[in-house]
Design a protein around this ligand. Structure first.
Ligand code: SAH
Length: 414
């Protein structure tokens, strides 16, 4: 029988429940398995460690399906997918029955953290959008699709495997209908009392940044209370909000709904995303006259605001991933610092700023240090009110730091 044998002493991470094996840790592969096959992984001493999906084309050559000595078959995938769904129901995110008539949007499968490395599945109303990131998942796709169809009766399952990670697995990028009907160009979901439109076929990632759901609510709640406090103090209560790297407006729309009369500047490099933000403002009865939609480079536009001495009461900085790897961390740190420095300069005293990093290579500790440095350089006294992370539909594994990609701080300027 085929199996993967590690070099002596290289079993430690697996014993700690870290689910990855790099090619450098492999002594040899016995038998003659096909790329994408499921193999037991054993230590140099022959001790069983887990069962993995294997792809010799990738440096990250094996990802653990299970640490138990069990078959990885149709029943296994059924158990894993059913467990992922049960968890989202426990979290209050998934509908109790099928997706029929639901407007819920949530991450159903978060890869390693749901025991399904290489698979992302996001639910948007009646549709499921998949990202298939590994050959091992690709080999098991038919049973995964059957099970998802059986568990949730979606109108359609759509693939958005247009991710460059796939090239490391020797796979081509791919998109298209996998099951059922093609999603319409805009799928309506509900979040925080807003009607949101998502372009599953052409939007970024699988169409929307579901990981920021809880943070959009937290920011909106603060916006509401800040406006009330201003009013109670007899000061102008129509907040000025800067939503930088807005994508389709998520944070700014949520804040505008929470404090009517707010003036929101949405700023993004994508004109399509901002067009959708504008349509959603209208759909939700938010006054588009109170909103600016600026297409451009956030670094340049923030500098321009600084030169104009423009000030805001609430600022959100949610840039894309700056560090794709450990090697890029220094440069990324400078980017986060520049942004936060500009943010602090644009923030009124008593104002709030939510600043994020979704670079897995930048740890929460490092991110906090970067922000502390920016505050000092901006001569700004600040307090951290919340440490922010993804919602519970993006669970973390205790021994898998690579999964902790999204981190943020909600700060108040004194
Ligand atoms: N906050 C959003 C998600 C932001 S994702 C939400 O809650 O939905 C990051 C966004 O940054 C993307 O929309 C991308 O188009 C945009 N972006 C990337 N580089 C940029 C730049 N230099 N200037 C402005 N926007 C940029």
């Amino acid at each position: 029988m085929a199996r993967l044998i590690l070099k002596p002493g290289r079993e430690r991470p697996l014993l700690q429940r870290h689910p990855w094996v790099f090619s450098g840790a492999v002594a040899r592969v016995e038998g003659n398995p096909e790329p994408g096959a499921t193999l037991p992984v054993v230590s140099g001493d022959g001790e069983f460690l887990g069962v993995a999906g294997w792809n010799p084309a990738s440096q990250l050559c094996a990802r653990i399906w299970t640490f138990a000595d069990e078959p990885v078959d149709a029943a296994f995938f059924r158990r894993r997918l059913a467990a992922a769904l049960a968890l989202r129901r426990l979290e209050g995110l998934a509908p109790a029955a099928t997706l029929a008539g639901s407007r819920a949007a949530f991450r159903l499968v978060h890869a390693e953290a749901d025991g399904l490395p290489g698979l992302i599945a996001d639910v948007y109303a009646g549709f499921i959008v998949l990202q298939v990131l590994t050959l091992a998942v690709e080999k098991n796709l038919p049973v995964i699709l059957d099970t998802l169809a059986e568990l949730l009766s979606p109108e359609g399952i759509y693939e958005r495997s247009d991710v460059d990670l796939r090239t490391r697995e020797g796979l081509e990028e791919r998109t298209g209908v996998l099951r059922g009907v093609e999603p319409p160009d805009r799928v309506e979901i509900a979040e925080g009392g807003l009607r949101l439109l998502v372009d599953l076929k052409r939007g970024q990632k699988t169409g929307f940044f579901l990981d920021q759901r809880d943070n959009r609510r937290i920011v909106a709640d603060y916006a509401e209370r800040l406006a009330m406090q201003r009013q109670a103090e007899g000061r102008p209560s129509s907040l000025e909000i800067l939503n930088a790297f807005s994508y389709t407006g998520g944070f700014g729309l949520a804040a505008a709904r929470a404090c009517p009369g707010a003036r929101v500047v949405h700023l993004d490099a994508s004109a399509e995303a901002l067009a959708l933000a504008r349509d959603m403002a209208e759909l939700n009865g938010l006054d588009p006259a109170g909103m600016e939609f600026l297409v451009g480079n956030a670094f340049e536009l923030l500098r321009k605001f600084r030169d104009q001495a423009r000030q805001f009461d609430l600022i959100v900085l949610d840039p894309p991933k700056f560090a794709a790897s450990q090697a890029a961390v220094d440069k990324a740190a400078r980017g986060y610092k520049d942004l936060a420095l500009l943010g602090f300069k644009l923030l009124r005293p008593g104002g709030l700023m939510a600043t994020f990093s979704c670079s897995g290579a930048v740890s929460p500790e490092l991110f906090q240090k970067i922000i502390a440095g920016a505050a000092v350089d901006a001569r700004c006294e600040t307090q951290i009110l919340h440490r922010l992370g993804p919602g519970p539909d993006h669970p973390l594994l205790p021994a898998f730091a690579e999964g902790e990609y999204l981190k943020g701080l909600l700060l108040r300027r004194e």
